[in-house]
Write a protein of this length. Structure first.
Length: 285
């Protein structure tokens, strides 16, 4: 598994912060908002310990995007460099979290922080290594309902989209039929074709479906968990599932917030979130 990371020491050396970016986004989302304004959330963490920002290889094909408009965060925060080769196995929660654990100091406690859909990997990691995990912060949870992603990926709209891009071979690009050869074909087209936008979108969708479809692995949390959810994105059926999740996880605290920033670390709640992290690592929370 060929991934990378940003590793930076802090003023204290007994705590590690492991930062999971939103899936299929580069690491710049931790440092800049969608207007290019610098955010100092990570700088504040440096005062509490070492931080590690994970940079999975499967994101790097996004560097070939020709549209970096801030209306599309995945393109705006796309990486600008890095090896694009990856395999389906790299999208496995088990494989990825095993790799993450190999990047940290196993003798130190850690706090896990996730942006958006980075929560899929982060929750699994915090559960698996809960004996070393002080806490998990999920910032702007994107709860995935199984029936919703199935409706999205197994829909006439999606099938028509596949037919538009790959024609009669479209069935080979559904989740059930994806292989590493399929991924390599798309990577080759992304690199070599001038009009590569649809191929980037298609590979983005494939990766997202493979990752999200594993979501039934984290119904029970073993670590202290703080989840921030945007009240504007919390549909009734999602909130009902979240209520069940809270009942089954007494060590999980939900905060419903109203914020117009894409990520909460860019908006008005960033200081409150940092204060809760500070309290946790100092034994107050």
């Amino acid at each position: 598994m060929n991934h990378n990371k940003i590793n930076c020491g802090g003023t204290r050396n007994n705590i590690q912060f492991i930062l999971f970016s939103d899936i299929l986004m580069g690491s710049d989302c931790w440092f800049y908002d969608l207007n290019g304004k610098t955010t100092y959330f990570v700088d504040k963490l440096r005062g509490l310990g070492e931080f590690i920002i994970l940079k999975p290889t499967y994101v790097n094909f996004m560097k070939y995007t020709k549209n970096r408009d801030n209306n599309d965060p995945k393109h705006f925060y796309a990486p600008t460099k890095g090896d694009i080769s990856f395999k389906m196995e790299d999208l496995s929660w088990e494989n990825y979290t095993n790799w993450v654990y190999g990047q940290i100091d196993p003798n130190k406690k850690f706090v896990v922080i996730a942006l958006g859909q980075g929560a899929y990997f982060a929750k699994y990691f915090a559960n698996k290594y809960h004996d070393k995990c002080l806490g998990l912060f999920v910032l702007d949870v994107r709860t995935s309902l199984e029936q919703n992603y199935k409706k999205t990926f197994h829909s006439l709209f999606n099938y028509d989209f596949l037919k538009l891009i790959v024609g009669g071979e479209w069935k080979s690009y559904t989740k059930e039929n994806i292989t590493n050869d399929t991924i390599n074909i798309l990577l080759d087209k992304i690199v070599n074709e001038e009009n590569n936008g649809n191929y980037i979108t298609l590979l983005n969708v494939i990766c997202e479906e493979i990752i999200i479809s594993q979501d039934d692995n984290t119904n029970q949390m073993n670590s202290k968990t703080f989840i921030y959810a945007d009240i504007n994105n919390s549909l009734m059926e999602k909130m009902e599932l979240e209520t069940i999740f809270k009942k089954n996880n007494t060590n999980c605290t939900y905060y419903y917030v109203d914020d117009d920033s894409y990520f909460l670390i860019h908006g008005k709640y960033q200081n409150e979130i940092y204060a809760r992290i500070y309290a946790l690592v100092n034994g107050i929370a």
